[in-house]
Design a binder for this molecule. Sequence first.
Ligand SMILES: Nc1nc2c(c(=O)[nH]1)N[C@H]1C(S)=C(S)[C@@H](COP(=O)(O)OP(=O)(O)OC[C@H]3O[C@@H](n4cnc5c(=O)[nH]c(N)nc54)[C@H](O)[C@@H]3O)O[C@H]1N2
Ligand SMILES: Nc1nc2c(c(=O)[nH]1)N[C@H]1C(S)=C(S)[C@@H](COP(=O)(O)OP(=O)(O)OC[C@H]3O[C@@H](n4cnc5c(=O)[nH]c(N)nc54)[C@H](O)[C@@H]3O)O[C@H]1N2
Ligand SMILES: [Mo]
Length: 759
Amino acid sequence: MSREAPQDDFDDAALEVTAPEDWAAGVPGVAAALRDSYEQMGVRRTALTLLRVNQKKGFDCPGCAWPEGDHRHVAEFCENGAKAVAEEATTRRITREFFARHTVAELAGRSDHWLGQQGRLTEPMIKRTGSEHYEPVGWDEAVALVAAELNALGSPDEAVFYTSGRTSNEAAFAYQLFVRAFGTNNLPDCSNMCHESSGSALTETLGVGKGSVLLDDLYQADLIFVVGQNPGTNHPRMLSALERAKKSGARIIAVNPLPEAGLIRFKNPQRPGGLAGRGTRLADRFLQIRLNGDLALFQALNRMLLESDAPGAVDRAFVEEHTAGFAEFEEHVRALDWDEVLEATGLTRGEIAATLGDVLAADRIVVCWAMGLTQHRNSVPTIRELVNFLLLRGNVGRPGAGVCPVRGHSNVQGDRTMGIYEKPAPAFLDALAEEFAFEPPREHGLDTVDAIRAMRDGRAKVFFAMGGNFVRATPDSAVTEAAMRGCRLTAQVSTKLNRSHAVTGEQALILPALGRTERDVQAGGAQFVSVEDSMGMVHASRGRLAPASPRLRSEVAIVCALARATLAGSSIGWAAMERDYDVIRDHVSRVVPGFEGYNAKVREPGGFTLPHAPRDERRFPTATGKANFTANPLEVLRVPEGRLLLQTVRSHDQYNTTIYGLDDRYRGVKAGRRVVFVHPGDLEALGLADGAMVDLVSEWSDGVERRAERFRTIAYATARGCAAAYFPETNVLVPLDSTAQVSNTPTSKSVVVRLEPAG
Ligand SMILES: Nc1nc2c(c(=O)[nH]1)N[C@H]1C(S)=C(S)[C@@H](COP(=O)(O)OP(=O)(O)OC[C@H]3O[C@@H](n4cnc5c(=O)[nH]c(N)nc54)[C@H](O)[C@@H]3O)O[C@H]1N2
Ligand SMILES: Nc1nc2c(c(=O)[nH]1)N[C@H]1C(S)=C(S)[C@@H](COP(=O)(O)OP(=O)(O)OC[C@H]3O[C@@H](n4cnc5c(=O)[nH]c(N)nc54)[C@H](O)[C@@H]3O)O[C@H]1N2
Ligand SMILES: [Mo]
């Protein structure tokens, strides 16, 4: 049995619930941002940092991966970007006295919110075997310890090297090079829990695991689907793009079990007059789909397109010339059972038929999506089916049309491009081998879920993290925590304190790093780094603030020091890379296609766009050399009587596992996170009152009881049979073995639960 009780700041009496908002951004957004920033940074620092966010000579916003347009506003940031910046540029500091005051066990008992509020880490800290405290340690000793533990392993495959998605291209490239020179492909990353399903499905069907649209395509689209995404909270700048698309005539269809505020209406705070009035109505159609119903929806649309006698319903010329697998796909979809579609989606036939009307009226279609599609068992088939939908009408590889997976972490896409991947392509390894004259390991490494299994089973003994918060971001919290505690050494390169520093191996290290907002000066002078956004645009990022402490090191410097200490006699020029990041970029320019002339191109204002064969040339580098149609079996996820399907989502006041505050303004929740949103009809059927206190108990085939204790029910307009609650508190409910087919992503958006009155 595993259970998680409320954290120590739980105050159920403080919780306030009001009606949800139906619009996003606007005055309260910017006001909330500035209030947060002043509190954390003071007025002068706020002006210094926020005016530099996403400017051509500034730093890349650490908030999300949404691209910047050509015409940047003076304030090209959003409320939640400002919060992410304030979180890093805070003037609060964690010193050695802090760690002397608090034992590691005590820190493990503190809430995620409290841990994050303590400020920036300032010097390397070590928890030695048997000690209850972290104590200061010099960089040299810290690095030597990691090197010694790595070299003492029976095999390099007994080490795990995690990456979160804030790491720059330069640091990511050096890091994967170090890990492979050490001898393993054990490079799990946050992508494994995020857009892995998108990458898997797109690589197979289109040949490139990335989005195929640029901002201009959104502005030229006739129809934009926003599926399984809450941009008002998680990608607020996307709302400006959607608003502009609408002004140019696009229709927008939102597909979501929740009527999310930003999708319904939007007030643009960056335009005069944008704050008055009712704002722009963004979604023209809202399909309130059941969780996990999207495969059925796209399959139904595809069947109707195939059956339609409207002229040009199917783009036969495109299908003929550019695709493979059509016959099998057609046969499969024509056999689709309408009853199953209606059951899976919870939509009416009329709603789906009306949507088909929008589709037939649109020449150019873009489909955008995020975690609502990627974190289910059938995520990969669902995204393949959405590709089928676009292929049918030739909506890939021409202006105003294509696939738009909206990435999360600001450089998660770039990290993958730089080789942070447990299943590297042979061509990438060949290029590494040639550039650096060593033989990289060829065997695939561990992804996030498999890394947890390996640590749990004692097959992995050293855990190293380049950013992130592994124990809180991953599923099955109790299992993951035990896995971490079983390691010989856990070491984390971090900017802020989090729970992964408190749930440690026998020995633990905190290696504090510079953040995006800070100046990075190396022996070769002032450095900048670069990042790739969700649309494959690469650009430079330069921090301007003085570092939070003189003892911080850049991620690049940490990796290079570690490589020198670990790899005796390595012929790779680690010192040169550390001295001058241009040297790293020169290596990249010879290893990664699309980066030729990297150093010159990244210095152009605004950076450069990576090539994308399907988008640029309608060329599909797949196994068949064509865009692939696929046949995807529809298995309706049936939830037993008296149970609900739970999705785990973000509140407005959090960045993944970083909890900025306890409100979720757009959903009408104040001062509390232990809430579960349920349809009023389901509450009634379950015999529960609105506001009842319940435990969430997850039911999974392994028979283990997983329980998250003490949540208030909130009667909410979600789809029937579906519930929602916030992660990381609900990660305890997601079974480690419940993962998506092919991508192995935890099924964080479909957890079968029962609600038990809390004792
Ligand atoms: N402020 C802020 N910004 C962030 C983040 C953050 O935590 N805070 N996180 C960043 C990261 S790493 C990521 S990956 C992105 C995440 O961005 P999102 O994917 O928007 O994040 P979630 O909160 O997981 O929201 C999932 C959305 O999908 C819907 N949904 C869930 N299941 C289904 C389904 O089966 N079908 C459909 N159609 N819809 C479904 C939910 O109702 C919800 O609206 O945001 C990034 N940006
Ligand atoms: N149940 C459930 N679980 C989920 C999800 C879900 O929707 N539901 N979403 C998943 C998704 S999409 C993702 S991406 C993962 C996120 O997983 P992670 O990326 O592992 O988690 P974060 O909370 O983003 O990591 C925050 C920490 O990163 C460190 N950090 C911040 N900036 C920097 C930096 O510049 N450098 C370094 N070195 N460290 C830095 C800070 O110490 C901070 O505490 O969580 C996943 N987990
Ligand atoms: Mo993510």
